[in-house]
Design a protein around this ligand. Structure first.
Ligand code: NAI
Length: 397
């Protein structure tokens, strides 16, 4: 079977399962090349199948020897035309590689927002995972959430707040640079985005885990945020997504109170801008990234999710170099926010137009490659394999 890359707008529809496996192996190699570090050995990752969550899982398993439980919402293969999602194959590749090293790697493919998912994971921790977890990573990104108590489904919007935003955007399918407009959100849309991407479900998870007594003394829970800069504030930090991230700060305080008696801690990690399925659909964001990555590549500070997450856990959280802000948030995004980096990115972005956005002036090619890698295309060390749909269907997560 031939695997075909299929992009609609900035959405990746095609998947190469063999390439996904190779990409997971490449990330494992990166972590192994850095050697071992000391970190918790029993970890739950909610949103574990791609980008930041997957990178976290790979770093902790292959860098620190952690047993991991991964929760994700992915689809398996149905037919040659419908091969499912990349995260499905990432889960399989991760489990196979981890088990080869004698590590536990349990995958739950389920709706993390539901009560059932929480109960299933709790039962597994109690019955088969040694009874407790030391670290809970919350790395969900979703466009929809069904409230588990009311059954009502909410949809998040990526919109500005207050004024309309007009600016340059990129369509990767058509390799086109165009002027886009982002409308301001209604109050309802803001509230719904907070309901989906805010911290409510994170807090529900931590409450359920605490009530079930499956959290170790001194447990840590992390949640990835983004603050950005004046270059993307109108549509990100100052928009609906920014409101959702601010809600996570509030919920972190609640969780800190909840965990006080077991000396637990909720840690907001303000992560750097990276190429992920979630970030590729944020209007204007690709333009920022292709400028930023160009500048950061030249300075030697550009990171992919695996580089960033490995640095966060190895050097910062469980290492000697954490950087916190006045609000107590961890700030690995300091490389992105560096004054010179931002000034040079701004200067570069201002010069972009339809004739030069995809030339050597920018990191368009790098962004496109990283975007393709997410679906198993353009992967380093890739070797073609002839695989049938029935073989793919027999792969177990
Ligand atoms: P992603 O789209 O690559 O991964 C999202 C994960 O959530 C996947 O494992 C997916 O299966 C899982 N998921 C989605 N809905 C689910 C559900 N209902 N039940 C179970 N699992 C579900 O997202 P990405 O970009 O890695 O984002 C993770 C977090 O990092 C988000 O909070 C995001 O805001 C944050 N972040 C992202 C940055 C970026 O530049 N991409 C920058 C800073 C923070």
């Amino acid at each position: 079977m031939k695997f075909k890359q299929n992009i609609r707008g900035n959405l990746a529809l095609g998947v190469n399962p063999v390439g996904c496996r190779q990409e997971v192996l490449n990330q494992i190699d990166y972590v192994k090349s850095k050697g071992h570090y000391e970190a918790p050995k029993k970890v739950l990752i909610i949103g574990a199948s791609s980008s930041y969550g997957l990178a976290t899982r790979i770093s902790l398993a292959f860098g620190a020897g952690a047993d991991t439980i991964g929760v994700s919402f992915e689809k398996g293969p149905k037919s040659e035309r419908n091969l499912g999602t990349a995260g499905w194959y990432n889960n399989i590749a991760f489990r196979e590689a981890a088990e080869k090293e004698g590590l536990v790697a349990k995958n739950f493919v389920t709706d993390a927002f539901s009560h059932d998912a929480k109960q299933e994971v709790i039962d597994y921790i109690k019955n088969e995972f040694g009874g407790k977890v030391d670290l809970v990573v919350y790395s969900l990104a979703s466009g929809r959430r069904t409230d588990p108590d009311t059954g009502e489904t909410y949809t998040s919007s990526i919109k500005a707040i207050g004024d309309q935003v007009v600016g340059p955007n990129i369509n990767m399918q058509k390799e086109e640079f165009f002027t886009d407009t982002l409308e301001p959100a209604t109050e309802q849309e803001i509230a719904d985005t907070v309901k989906v991407m805010g911290g409510e479900d994170w807090e529900l998870w931590m409450k359920a885990l605490k009530d079930a007594d499956v959290l170790s003394e001194g447990v840590l829970t992390t949640n990835y945020s983004y603050l950005g800069t004046e270059l993307n504030r109108p549509y990100y930090g100052g928009g609906t997504l920014g409101q959702a991230k601010a809600d996570c700060d509030v919920k972190a305080d609640n969780i800190n109170k909840l965990l006080a008696d077991i000396n637990g801690k909720a840690q907001i990690v303000v992560a750097t801008a990276v190429t992920t399925k979630a970030s590729s659909v944020i209007p204007f964001f690709i333009v920022y990234c292709i400028g930023l990555y160009k500048v950061m590549s030249e300075k030697g500070t550009h990171e992919t999710p695996i580089m960033h997450q490995d640095r966060i856990y190895r050097d910062m959280i469980y290492g000697d170099n954490p950087e916190y802000d006045d609000e107590g948030r961890l700030r690995p995004d300091s490389w992105e926010l560096d004054k010179d980096t931002q000034a040079e990115t701004k200067e570069l972005i201002m010069k972009l137009n339809e004739d030069n956005f995809n030339t050597d002036m920018t990191a368009y090619d790098l962004f496109y490659k990283e975007f393709s890698n997410l679906s198993g295309f353009m992967v380093d060390n890739y070797v073609d394999e002839d695989i049938t749909i029935n073989e793919l269907k027999s792969w177990e997560y």
